[in-house]
Design a binder for this molecule. Structure first.
Ligand code: HEC
Length: 212
């Protein structure tokens, strides 16, 4: 709420001031919390209640909890590929399916309209060029479009991307190729590489992702 890049709130007090200007919010808050005038702790409490209500067990949760029949044979095959041949679990693992680390998977759009150099833009360390945090994949079937900038509308676009070994950053012209940050943007994670999936394997991986 207080990140100046993401939100236009001047400071903590500003959040309450802005909400208090909206009559319907004042009413709704006073019905739930009593008192007159919204305060920040009520706002954070209400936001937390909203987020808790989004939580629901997925079929994959049920499967991981021991109810094996909640995934079909095809989906289980997809899980097997996710952990093995397709290498996804190198970065997406644990209850949230993320290692919580940052990687360069080739989505900087170097010198193009959508350029975003990731952590480097926040910290300024060249080693961080192109690094984005591995996102959790919980509720993936409801979080399209995918990636930090939403460039992939469907999960099959995501699979096609990883089949090519992630993004390959190529310079638009000679001058771009000589820019000092170019080799850093182009140096994607060693954990990626071209995948040789058959049509049925691709389908199974997709079926698994859709069960998340
Ligand atoms: C080297 C680590 C790494 C590997 C291996 C990897 N991922 Fe990712 N994944 C990431 C990172 C980092 C992002 C975020 C990239 C971004 O937003 O720019 C991501 C994003 C995603 C997203 C987008 C989530 C969303 O809704 O925005 C999906 C889906 C995904 N990965 C699935 C997979 C699958 C399937 C595989 C295996 C074929 C895989 N990943 C392999 C690191 C990895």
């Amino acid at each position: 709420m207080f990140n100046p890049i993401e939100m236009a709130n001047a400071d903590e007090a500003d959040v309450a001031i802005r909400l208090n200007k909206v009559e319907s919010y004042r009413k709704a808050f006073s019905q739930i919390y009593g008192g007159d005038g919204i305060v920040l702790t009520q706002v954070t409490d209400a936001l937390a209640a909203f987020e808790r209500h989004l939580e629901r067990a997925t079929r994959f949760d049920a499967f991981a909890g021991g109810t094996r029949r909640r995934l079909s044979d095809e989906e289980i095959w997809g899980l097997h590929l996710f952990r093995g041949k397709a290498g996804c679990a190198n970065c997406h693992f644990g209850p949230l399916l993320t290692d919580e680390k940052l990687h360069n998977i080739g989505l900087t759009f170097f010198q193009r309209r959508l350029q975003d150099l990731g952590l480097f833009e926040a910290i300024g360390k060249t080693a961080d060029v192109g690094h984005f945090r591995t996102p959790a994949l919980r509720h993936l079937s409801a979080t399209a479009p995918h990636m930090h900038n939403g460039v992939m509308p469907r999960l099959r676009n995501v699979i096609a991307f990883y089949e090519q070994g992630g993004g390959h950053i190529r310079p638009r012209n000679e001058a771009d190729g000589k820019l000092p940050l170019f080799p850093l943007a182009a140096a994607t994670s060693d954990l990626l590489g071209p995948l040789d999936l058959s049509k049925r394997e691709r389908q199974a991986l997709l079926a698994f992702l859709e069960a998340l």
